[in-house]
Structures are given as C-alpha cells and as structure tokens.
Design a protein around this ligand. Structure first.
Ligand SMILES: C[S@@+](CC[C@H](N)C(=O)[O-])C[C@H]1O[C@@H](n2cnc3c(N)ncnc32)[C@H](O)[C@@H]1O
Length: 193
C-alpha cells in the first residue's frame, strides 16, 4: 500500500470502534449497513461477523482491496464495496450508516448534501453511528478540505434522531502516528425517529 493513508491503517489498530459495537448491540437482528470511509474494514468486518450485509465505501482503492482480502469467502458473500468519495456515492435505504473518523474528511461545501443523503437513507428505527470533529480540534479549520462542527451544530444535524449517545472528547492526545494533537471529537449513536 502506498497511499498517505497506508501509515494510518498500519498504526491505528484493527479493533472495531466502540460506537459501532454499541450501535450494533442495539439491533435485535442483523440487516444491511453502509460503512462510509471504511478504511481496511475494522467496522465492516465486525458487522460481517455478526451476520450483517455491508456496503463499504472508501476513496482509497488499496483500503478496499485489503478489506476484501480480510473478509474471507463467507464475508465476501455479504459484502459489497465501492471505491468512491462518500460525498459522490449513492447507496440504498439501509438499517445502519456507520462512519468512524471519516465524515470530517468530506469538504465543507459537500457536507450538507452528504448528510442529507445519510439521513434520507435511514427509515424510522434505523441508526447512524460515528464521529464528528469539533471546532476546538487542532486540525480546525485546516486547509478547508475538512468539516468541523460545534456541539450545537451536531445537535441540529441530529434533529431527526433520538440521541442514544452524544459524548464529547476535548483533550490533548496523540494521533494514530504518535504525534501530539488536541482532539475534539463528538461520538454519536442516534436512532431515526
Ligand atoms: C481516519 S480513516 C478511518 C478509517 C476507519 N473508518 C477507522 O475507523 O479506522 C478515514 C478514512 O476515510 C477515507 N476517506 C477520506 N476522505 C474520504 C472521502 N471523501 N470519501 C470516502 N472516503 C474517504 C480514507 O481513505 C480513510 O480510509
């Protein structure tokens, strides 16, 4: 793998995100999920293991290639993948949209359309889980290619949902590559009304 993300994939771990585990536990039975910015598949592989069908989308062809290999034959039967920018992608109605540490990489001018598509693909009782980056984050406002939200902006985005988790981390820490960074992350699990 040669992309700029390759070092991240190697360093960031393979265990599923807590938001995904908590969201998946809230369903009585597996269904169909969409993983936006899936990387090498830490969340997608967990969903496949639990019997879900998953459409996994990422702009990095190498990440999708690694995910397909890791899924194994049985997982691949329930896995569809797409190399695409999430802001350009389309997907069917689904029971769960997960986007772990990926939505902020959508450019601000495309974020509204992307979020509308996420909300529109979820019917009543379906869920969104993932992370938004807050306005205190060290990378905000960045080079204009990333999207950051205040807590009240996140709450407004989630108006059509019952909030099952909205927790905020606003503290100094390290990046996956071990560099110091102030993180401002809003962790969300939300059920469509
Ligand atoms: C920080 S990684 C997160 C990967 C994985 N979800 C996780 O939790 O470790 C962000 C991922 O989003 C992908 N990505 C970045 N911008 C994207 C975009 N506009 N559309 C689709 N994927 C994108 C990157 O290729 C990368 O795999």
């Amino acid at each position: 793998m040669t992309s700029a993300w390759a070092r991240y994939y190697a360093a960031s771990g393979e265990e599923p995100r807590q938001t995904l585990l908590d969201a998946a536990d809230r369903f009585d039975a597996p269904g169909h999920a969409v993983d936006l910015g899936c990387g090498t598949g830490r969340d997608t592989l967990e969903l496949l293991d639990r019997g879900w069908r998953v459409l996994a989308i990422d702009s990095e062809p190498d990440a999708i290639g690694a995910l397909r290999e890791r899924a194994g034959e049985d997982g691949r039967r329930r896995l569809a993948t797409e190399v695409a920018r999430m802001e350009d992608a389309i997907w069917p109605e689904t029971l769960l949209v997960t986007s772990s540490y990926a939505l902020p990489f959508c450019p601000p001018e495309r974020f509204g359309g992307l979020w509308e598509r996420i909300v529109g693909s979820l019917s009543s009782g379906a869920r969104f889980c993932g992370q938004f980056f807050g306005d205190h984050d060290d990378w905000a406002p960045g080079d204009g290619d990333m999207t950051f939200q205040t807590r009240s902006e996140v709450e407004r985005l989630l108006a059509a949902f019952v909030l099952e988790r909205l927790s905020e981390v606003d503290e100094d820490g390290l990046t996956a590559l071990g560099e110091p960074k102030h993180w401002h992350v809003l962790h969300v699990i939300a059920r469509k009304r």
